[in-house]
Design a protein around this ligand. Structure first.
Ligand SMILES: [Zn+2]
Length: 191
């Protein structure tokens, strides 16, 4: 009997434990896998670690968008920048920023973006600023850098790569096959 009670405790603890980190697979407009982003809960918000490739050298905009939909060619299905508090766009705007606004990231000479940024005030737990609220959100990297001021998206240009930010438990039940397997087999090694 005691053993069964312990089993129940383990079971319910596992089910109710909040997500502290999750992986996001990034794809370009052609549907090719371009790398992985890891999100984890931090003191200030959500820490975002990127390792993605295939970009032009230099700075690119990166934002969290409203919907977990990455349908090409321009990923319009992802919606606008995540903005649950009705603010203006831009980290430099006096009435900003959107919750989904992030500092620009830089691709090196080979087109690799390998860096970390923090999304201040966001969470992976439940709540108004959760990235998993309402089924999830998405992460998009753009062609141009975000000027931090221009409405509605900082003149950040074409949306180049998109990844869905969804609860990994729900993702498993929706897609019986692992979507990363297919993507990684298509990953190109040539630079
Ligand atoms: Zn914005």
């Amino acid at each position: 009997m005691r053993f069964i009670i312990i089993l129940f405790i383990i079971f319910f603890t596992a089910c109710s434990s909040p997500i502290s980190s999750l992986d996001v697979n990034m794809y370009n407009a052609s549907g090719d896998y371009v790398g992985k982003v890891t999100l984890s809960e931090s003191e200030e918000g959500v820490l975002i670690k990127l390792k993605v490739e295939g970009f032009s050298p230099g700075f690119h905009g990166i934002h969290i968008h409203e919907f977990p939909e990455c349908d090409g060619p321009e990923f319009k299905s992802a919606g606008n920048h995540l903005n649950p508090e009705g603010k203006k766009h831009g980290l430099l705007h006096p009435d900003g920023p959107h919750l989904g606004d992030l500092p620009n990231v830089e691709a090196d000479g080979s087109g690799l973006i390998e860096t970390e940024v923090t999304l201040n005030g966001a969470t992976l737990k439940e709540g108004k600023t959760s990235l998993l609220k309402g089924g999830g959100t998405s992460l998009i990297i753009t062609e141009e850098q975000d000027d931090g001021m221009t409405q509605p998206s900082g003149s950040s240009g074409v949306r180049l790569a998109c990844g869905k930010i969804v609860d990994p438990k729900k993702q498993q039940s929706e897609w019986p096959s692992d979507p990363t397997e297919e993507g990684e087999s298509e990953e190109k090694e040539d630079e």
